[in-house]
Design a protein. Structure first.
Length: 459
């Protein structure tokens, strides 16, 4: 670090989200290269060498960058459809359209999804992409390219489906893969793109879609493949009462027991939603350290229910936040999930004691990093960790009268992002992306959405 170029940020409130929830009312942070070199109270140390920039962050709160743990980027070009449907009816309505995506559509949609998240404070993103229609091109490569261009840290959960309409599933027959093809393509994606290093910008997970769209054998062999390759596992779990009924009817057990029978519980696994979990399910997740991606806005949009997040946290289940696909969360940014996680969980059994502002911030930062298996590298502001952090402007009309900055960030309106750093590189300045052209992305996503709609209408 002695020869690294340094950026010094001073005169800001800091929420480190470390193990002790250390906070500084007025403090400093030093970035050296792609790492956090120091963080503390008061002014930065004197005599630092190679300081290329000093930021006076008066009026700002500095936090770890937000970590998104569940998303479907391709849905950016099907927003605003089937707005009054539950999950199964929503899937039935949209699968015929999704089954016609191609590489240019997926690339445009990934750019839109990533841009929206990044300009709103996300520094680590993930995409669970599971729709690979025949002849649609290199969809995984397009998504990874979009993430690299945007400059965010990224996990592609390479999804798959092999249970189509002819097998009692929901996707059209031409939109799924065979068991062997799905496993082979997933293995090839891991070998080509996964980086296991400390400061990796791209990682891959193995991610069959859900119990009702994949075969038992794809789940079982997918888990074996992931562990043989040393990567993480991701899927949807316990999202709706219909899924629970489906598992009981087809497998003679609930989703959690079914997942355990196929090797899908463990500290290398995280699942999206987990809304309908009983005490036994939560205990199994805690015992195995299986993670959860909590998606409060999507759960509400699709009337899925309220996940028992306070009970999961109390039991020791790792929990992070997810945007989910923007066909079920049209805003597509994670700050909404901080606020909605807190508010929606207060409608549950624990009421006002369900979550507080700091717990919500932890879900969106350190919790998400834990779920993605990257808590040693990111998710909190500590010396030696990667320089993934956000400066939130809290001295404007929207927040200036709220004394506590963390309360202002979580309870208040979406705070302006003055600066966002990923791996020590600034990617957002004054709410605008520095890495890509937002206006060009808006035009391309509109054009591709219209093209997809035309193709879908032609059947």
């Amino acid at each position: 670090m002695a020869a690294a170029q340094r950026i010094v940020i001073e005169n800001c409130s800091i929420a480190t989200v470390d193990a002790d929830d250390t906070e500084y009312a007025s403090g400093y942070l030093v970035i050296a290269g792609n790492r956090i070199e120091a963080v503390g109270a008061g002014k930065a140390p004197e005599g630092l060498e190679n300081v290329v920039r000093r930021i006076d962050a008066t009026g700002h709160l500095v936090t770890p960058g937000l970590v998104n743990t569940h998303h479907h980027f391709y849905q950016w070009i099907t927003r605003g459809l089937a707005t009054d449907h539950n999950l199964f009816n929503w899937l039935v309505a949209l699968y015929p359209t999704w089954a016609r995506i191609d590489e240019p559509m997926v690339y445009a949609a990934a750019r839109g999804s990533l841009a929206m998240m990044a300009r709103g404070g996300v520094t680590t993103a993930m995409d669970h992409h599971y729709v690979y229609p025949r002849g649609s091109g290199d969809l995984s490569g397009a998504i990874i390219r979009a993430a690299r261009e945007t400059g965010v840290r990224f996990t592609l959960a390479r999804g798959s489906m092999d249970r189509s309409e002819k097998d009692g599933g929901l996707p059209p027959d031409f939109a799924v893969e065979t068991l062997d093809a799905a496993l082979a393509a997933t293995e090839a994606t891991v070998k080509e793109h996964h980086d296991s290093s400390f400061d990796a910008m791209t990682q891959i997970a193995v991610a069959p879609c859900s119990p009702f769209s994949v075969s038992t054998e794809l789940l079982r062999q997918g888990a074996e493949l992931a562990r043989s390759l040393g990567v993480r596992l991701h899927t949807h779990g316990s999202e709706t009462v219909e899924e629970e009924k489906f598992c009981h009817e087809l497998f003679g057990m609930g989703p959690t027991d079914y997942f355990e029978s196929t090797g899908w519980l463990g500290e290398d696994v995280w699942m999206a939603h987990c809304v309908h979990m009983n005490d036994s399910d939560i205990a199994a997740f805690a015992r195995t350290r299986t993670g959860v991606a909590h998606c409060p806005s999507s759960n509400a949009r699709l009337a899925a229910g309220i996940a028992r997040v306070p009970d999961m946290l109390a039991a020791g289940v790792p929990v992070g936040l997810g945007v989910d696909g923007t066909a079920s969360n049209e805003s597509g940014e994670l700050h909404t999930e901080l606020r909605n996680a807190l508010l929606i969980n207060r409608l549950g059994a624990h009421k006002e004691a369900a979550l507080n502002a700091r717990q919500a911030l932890r879900l969106g930062t350190h919790g998400g990093a834990s779920v993605l298996g990257r808590a040693a590298e990111t998710g909190s502001l500590e010396a030696g960790k990667l320089a993934d952090l956000v400066l939130w402007k809290l001295d404007t009309l929207a927040h200036a009268s709220i004394a506590d900055p963390v309360t202002a960030l979580v309870f208040g309106a979406a705070a302006p992002v003055t600066a966002s750093f990923v791996n020590g590189r600034q990617i957002v300045e004054d709410g605008r992306l520095l890495t890509v052209d937002e206006d060009a992305i808006a035009r391309s996503t509109r054009d591709e959405a219209r093209r997809l709609a035309r193709i879908a209408a032609q059947g």
